[in-house]
Design a protein around this ligand. Structure first.
Ligand SMILES: Nc1ncnc2c1ncn2[C@@H]1O[C@H](COP(=O)(O)OP(=O)(O)OP(=O)(O)O)[C@@H](O)[C@H]1O
Ligand SMILES: [Mg+2]
Length: 271
């Protein structure tokens, strides 16, 4: 049994404009994620990566299919049971500032999941754990009193990570967690995520459209195209011997500055 099992997940969205076609954001998507591993999901914009990440955590309901976490079918849980499970499953978003309450001090933001999942912890122990966690993600002690808007983008993302790890989850969805950050900061935050995974044995579903990032962080890669996973392979294998034509176009767009290849990539996207 894998830690996370997605089985033939289907999600169709109603068209955003009247007269438009329904969008098959997930078309029978299946995947497994093992304890402590990183599965990256790559694919172009609109291929269904974020929908998949949210579906795995049951932040949205599926039209068909199932998600099991640690053998438990999340679709069979009521709101209270699902809430309790959330201590083990967390998410970090692409835009840290938008995902943090701008009016709450950082200390209160990071304490929030503790108050939900360990309400009997008490003020002193909560405060201690918040400070330890801020320190763990590389934030200065006085960050607890600051508002998110007073921090840099990289620091804001560290707050999002602190909030996600404070209950020691076993699984995290990272939805383009470094895409909005400068290159130098990006490397630091990726290194932090790798350390946390190592220390706490957290499994990651790492959503990205950046091949360089994915090559560095993942054990395996799932390639999404128009709501389907077209190929899943160990990272090295996928880069060395991509099996699917779409994977090859993604890789060649990364490797080549040749405008003709770029053109081929765009053509594939329009099919
Ligand atoms: N709430 C929604 N209502 C209607 N359509 C939606 C909704 N959420 C997503 N979609 C559509 O579903 C498809 C998949 O969207 P999703 O956000 O999962 O893609 P993505 O791979 O994460 O893209 P990006 O790289 O741009 O973040 C897109 O066509 C999108 O427009
Ligand atoms: Mg997305």
């Amino acid at each position: 049994m894998s830690l996370v099992e997605v089985e033939a997940a289907v999600k169709t969205f109603a068209p955003r404009q009247r007269g438009g076609d329904p969008v098959g954001a997930l078309r029978e998507v299946s995947l497994q994620i093992e304890e402590g591993e990183t599965l990256a999901v790559i694919g172009e914009s609109g291929s269904g990566k974020s929908t998949l990440g949210r579906a795995v955590l049951r932040l949205l309901d599926l039209d068909a299919g199932a998600v099991r976490f640690d053998g438990v079918d999340l679709g069979g849980l009521d709101t209270r049971q699902l809430r309790a499970r959330r201590a083990d499953m967390q998410i970090v978003f692409q835009e840290p500032y938008e995902s943090l309450n701008p009016r709450l001090a950082v200390g209160a933001i990071v304490a929030e999941p503790l108050e939900i999942h360990q309400p009997k912890l008490g003020t002193t122990a909560t405060r201690k754990l918040v400070h330890e966690t801020l320190d763990r993600v590389g934030l200065p002690a006085d960050a607890a009193r600051r508002l998110p808007g007073e921090l840099s983008g990289g620091q804001q993302q560290r707050v999002g990570i602190a909030r996600a790890i404070i209950n020691r989850p076993r699984f995290m969805v990272l939805d383009e967690p470094t895409s909005s950050l400068d290159l130098s900061v990006r490397a630091q935050v990726l290194a932090l995520l790798a350390e946390l995974q190592e220390d706490y044995n957290i499994a990651y579903l790492f959503v990205s459209h950046d091949m360089h990032t994915v090559e560095w962080v993942s054990d395996r890669i799932a390639v999404m195209y128009l709501g389907e996973i077209v190929e899943t392979a160990p990272t090295r294998e996928l880069f060395d011997t991509p099996g699917h034509a779409y994977t090859r176009t993604l890789l060649s767009a990364r490797l080549s500055a040749d405008p003709r290849e770029k053109h081929a990539y765009l053509e594939f996207g329009q099919r």
